[in-house]
Design a protein around this ligand. Structure first.
Ligand code: PLP
Ligand code: COI
Length: 341
C-alpha cells in the first residue's frame, strides 16, 4: 500500500512501484472466471508451468493519463486488447475478449487513482496486462490453465531526459526470427534483447537498432520501439516487415501525419545504407512516446539525423499533437480516448 500523493512525480524514472490493487482472472476448463481485484502482488503457480519453461506467456503495455480537465483517459486500449488476442493466437493461448480486457484495465486504474500522476508532471500510469500459461506440464505443449493479470505503476520517461535526442547503435543480434514471434508481444523477444541492449548500454548508447533477421540490410526495431523517419520531401516513413511489433503509437502517428498535417506516409523497406534519405528520425512506442533519434552508429560510422542535441521540427510537431490528444488538450479522433470513471 502506498500514498500516491507523496511521490516525487517529476522524477519517477521507469521503475516498478507497488500500488493498491492488481487484477487476476483464471482460465480453466475452457473459460475465464469473472476476475477480481486483489491487494496481493505475488502469484503462486506450479513449478511445471509452461510459462516458466517454454515461454508460453505474453504481455501488453499501455498508459493512463491525467487529463487537463482532471479526468483520467486511456489511449486506444481496444488496440492493445486486439494485439493481445493476436499474440494469444500465435502462442495457442486462450484469448481475452476486448470487453474483459478494457474492464480489467479500468478496474485497476480506478482502484489506483491516487497513483495516476498529476497533469503537467510529465509522468503517467503505465499499465501492464499479461497472460501466463500455468499448471503441471512437462511436454512441449500448451498449458491447461492460464492466468490473466493487470498491474499498474506510475512512470516517468522511458529514456533518460525524455524528449531529448538519443544515441543508438546497430546490433548484429536479432530479437526475433524472420517468421518467428517478432510481430507479437511475447517475453521471448525481450529475453533475446537483453544481451544486445546490455552491450549497447555499456558502449554509451540508449539502446540498439535491430535489422531484419533475414538479410541484415533493413531497419526493423529501435530497442522496444518502432522506427520513424522524415524524408527531405516531408514523407513519414516507417519499416514494413512481418517481424516488427505493430506499434499502436506508430499507427497513431501515421494517422496524425496524414490527416492532421497532410503529410505523405509510407510503410516500406528502410535500408541501413540509405540513412541520408532522412532529415529527422525517432523511436516511437507507449513507453518511449517519441524519442528523437539523434544519431545511429553503424559499424565504425556514426550517422547524425537532425541533431544530437536538438529536436527536429517535424518530430516535435508530431509529438506535441500526440501528447495533446493523450492529455486531453487536442481533440482526439473518434474512439481513441476511453475515460476511466
Ligand atoms: N516495438 C517493440 C519491440 C515494443 O516492445 C513496443 C512497445 O510496446 C513497441 C514497438 C511500441 O508499440 P506500442 O506503440 O504499441 O507501445
Ligand atoms: C511499451 O512501450 O509498452 C513497451 O513494451 C516497452 C517495454 C518493454 C518497457
Amino acid at each position: 500500500m502506498g500514498n500516491g500523493a507523496n511521490l516525487d512525480w517529476e522524477n519517477l524514472g521507469f521503475l516498478y512501484r507497488e500500488t493498491n490493487a492488481n487484477y487476476v482472472s483464471y482460465w480453466k476448463d475452457g473459460a475465464w472466471d469473472e476476475g477480481k481485484l486483489v491487494e496481493e502482488k505475488m502469484l503462486t503457480i506450479s513449478m511445471a508451468s509452461p510459462a516458466l519453461h517454454y515461454g508460453q506467456q505474453c504481455f501488453e503495455g499501455l498508459k493512463a493519463y491525467r487529463r487537463k480537465d482532471g479526468t483520467i483517459g486511456l489511449f486506444r486500449p481496444d488496440q492493445n486488447a486486439k494485439r493481445m488476442q493476436d499474440t494469444c493466437r500465435r502462442l495457442l493461448m486462450p484469448e481475452v475478449s476486448e470487453e474483459k480486457f478494457i474492464e480489467a484495465v479500468k478496474m485497476v486504474v480506478k482502484a489506483n487513482e491516487e497513483f495516476v500522476p498529476p497533469y503537467g508532471s510529465g509522468a503517467t500510469l503505465y499499465i501492464r496486462p499479461f497472460i501466463i500459461g500455468v499448471g503441471d506440464n512437462i511436454g512441449v505443449k500448451p498449458a491447461t490453465e492460464y492466468i490473466f493479470c493487470v498491474f499498474v505503476t506510475p512512470v516517468g520517461p522511458y529514456f533518460k531526459g525524455g524528449m531529448t535526442p538519443i544515441k543508438m547503435v546497430v546490433t548484429d543480434y536479432d530479437r526475433a526470427a524472420p517468421h518467428g514471434t517478432g510481430a507479437v508481444k511475447v517475453g521471448g523477444n525481450y529475453a533475446a534483447s537483453l544481451l544486445p541492449h546490455e552491450i549497447a548500454a555499456k558502449e554509451g548508447y540508449s539502446d540498439c537498432v535491430y535489422l531484419d533477421p533475414k538479410t541484415h540490410t533493413k531497419i526493423e526495431e529501435v530497442g522496444a520501439a518502432n522506427f520513424i523517419g522524415i524524408t527531405k520531401e516531408n514523407v513519414l516513413v516507417t519499416p514494413k516487415s512481418p517481424s516488427i511489433l505493430p506499434s499502436i503509437t506508430k499507427y497513431s502517428l501515421l494517422y496524425i501525419a496524414e490527416n492532421i498535417f497532410g503529410m505523405k506516409v509510407e510503410e516500406r523497406d528502410v535500408y541501413i545504407n540509405n540513412l541520408d534519405e532522412f532529415v529527422e528520425a525517432g523511436a516511437c512506442g507507449t513507453a518511449a512516446v517519441i524519442s528523437p533519434l539523434g544519431s545511429l552508429t553503424v559499424g565504425d560510422e556514426k550517422h547524425v539525423f537532425y541533431s544530437e542535441t536538438e529536436v527536429g521540427p517535424v518530430v516535435k510537431k508530431l509529438y506535441n499533437h500526440l501528447i495533446g490528444i493523450q492529455y486531453g488538450e487536442v481533440e482526439a479522433p473518434e474512439g481513441w480516448i476511453v475515460e476511466v470513471k
